[in-house]
Design a protein around this ligand. Structure first.
Ligand SMILES: Cc1ncc(COP(=O)(O)O)c(C=O)c1O
Length: 402
């Protein structure tokens, strides 16, 4: 066969995809699967957002737009950064892309050279590794243990920075742990970064609006204005407004970097969908109360599931500040054997056992570079969570009985 690019040789598709495929296969075979592997809110896109898209179609707003996003949307984003984060960006410092995911990829392409090191606190979102590899750069992981709330410590950051470090990825609230940095915790990180002027900062704030218990969200450029000139703050409408399918992400940062990303977009993806851009304006400029209302529902689910999982023998569950994920440890079950004689060697084995034998879909810690843990999403109904917790308890009991 004609050869594929060499970089694909050591490139893995997301293991979330593997679980998704297996869960779907089992569902199609008639098994009752409770899916806690999903990374999107179960709420609907708000009506006024849908109406804005319908109007855009009716008004034939269906052609190419500026590659970097329409001026109207960039103005709405500029207002959002001021309203929510106290950050001032002119529309020229803002870029829109088809989701935060491609935006992160395009930003890295604009920042990184071959062999550059990218600092990634782990557990981390599964796609960061692939993006860094596609840029021929190197992942420099910093493990952030559970007893530190899964958060990066300033001393560990200081120790990891080398002459080759070009970028640090900060994701708060974090996928998969839900960990979110307080102002003081973020300040400890930004204080270190002040001493390294050649390092870019990429703040992935996609879960900004999903925090609990009067937690006050903050972002690096806001916490340390002296980092403003080398920070790209990435956000989007996917998680906050239940618009995962609409594919709109955005970012703000220094003009030169934004120009660089626009160059990449202009020769690759082109503009994001015109109709989705109109919908995103409605989301950002419309009523914002729904954000707190939805966060309240997520909090009830987190409280229930974290407490319930923590009470199950063999598991331990940290209660995080935000996002809609839990990241329980399954260390207490490693080395155990299932009733069919299958040994649980790692979180992958545990998650496959949960799915095949008890019909609960979760994502193994290997997808997030930190084991032996697994990720459960509580972006689903309370009934589903109650049933899932029951099944997980039964599964753990069965393992501990052998
Ligand atoms: C941490 C993180 N960043 C970015 C994204 C991508 O968001 P979008 O749907 O806007 O591409 C996700 C989606 O799961 C995520 O978890």
């Amino acid at each position: 066969m004609t050869e594929l690019a060499q970089k694909l040789a050591d490139f893995q598709p997301s293991s979330i995809g593997e679980i998704f495929t297996l869960a779907n296969q089992l569902k199609s075979e008639g098994q009752d699967i409770l899916d806690l592997s999903i990374g999107e809110p179960d709420f609907l896109t708000p009506d006024h957002v849908k109406q804005a898209a319908i109007s855009a179609i009716d008004e034939n707003y269906t052609k190419y737009t500026n590659v970097e996003g329409t001026l109207e949307l960039k103005q709405a984003i500029s207002k959002k950064f001021e309203r929510d984060n106290g950050l001032n960006y002119s529309p020229e410092q803002i870029i829109v892309d088809a989701g935060a995911k491609p935006l992160l990829m395009h930003a890295m392409q604009a920042m990184l050279n071959q062999g550059d090191e990218v600092i990634i606190p782990t557990p981390c979102w599964t796609s960061y590794t692939g993006m860094v590899k596609l840029c021929d750069a190197i992942c420099s992981y910093i493990p952030c243990p559970e007893d530190k709330g899964f958060k990066l410590q300033a001393s560990d950051l200081e120790a990891a920075i080398t002459a080759k470090t070009k970028l640090i990825l900060l994701n708060s609230p974090c996928n998969p742990t839900g960990a979110a940095y307080t102002h003081a915790e973020m300040k400890a990180i930004t204080d270190v970064l002040l001493d390294y002027p050649d390092v870019w900062i990429l703040a992935d704030d996609i879960y900004e609006h999903i925090t609990y218990d009067s937690f006050k969200f903050c972002t690096p450029a806001q916490v340390e204005p002296r980092l403003y000139d080398r920070t790209l703050t990435v956000n989007g409408v996917s998680k906050a407004y239940s618009m995962t399918g609409w594919r709109i992400g955005f970012a703000a940062g220094p003009q030169e970097l934004i120009n660089g990303i626009v160059k990449i977009l202009s020769q690759s993806s082109g503009n994001p969908c015109s109709i989705s851009q109109a919908a995103a304006i409605a989301a950002l400029e419309g009523p914002q109360e729904l954000l707190a209302e939805r966060a309240k529902i997520f909090r009830q689910r987190r409280d229930f599931l974290a407490t319930r999982l923590d009470s199950i023998a063999g598991l331990r569950c940290h209660k995080p500040e935000g996002a809609f994920y839990l990241y329980p440890s399954c260390a207490g079950l490693i080395g155990k054997t299932t009733a069919d004689g299958l040994k649980i060697n790692n979180s992958n084995d545990f998650v496959k056992y949960l799915l095949r034998s008890h019909g609960v879909a979760a994502v193994p810690g290997s997808a997030f570079e930190y084991d032996p843990y697994f990720r459960l999403s509580y972006a689903t109904s309370m009934e589903t969570l109650e049933q899932a917790a029951q099944r997980i308890e039964t599964a753990c009991k069965a393992l501990l009985a052998h």
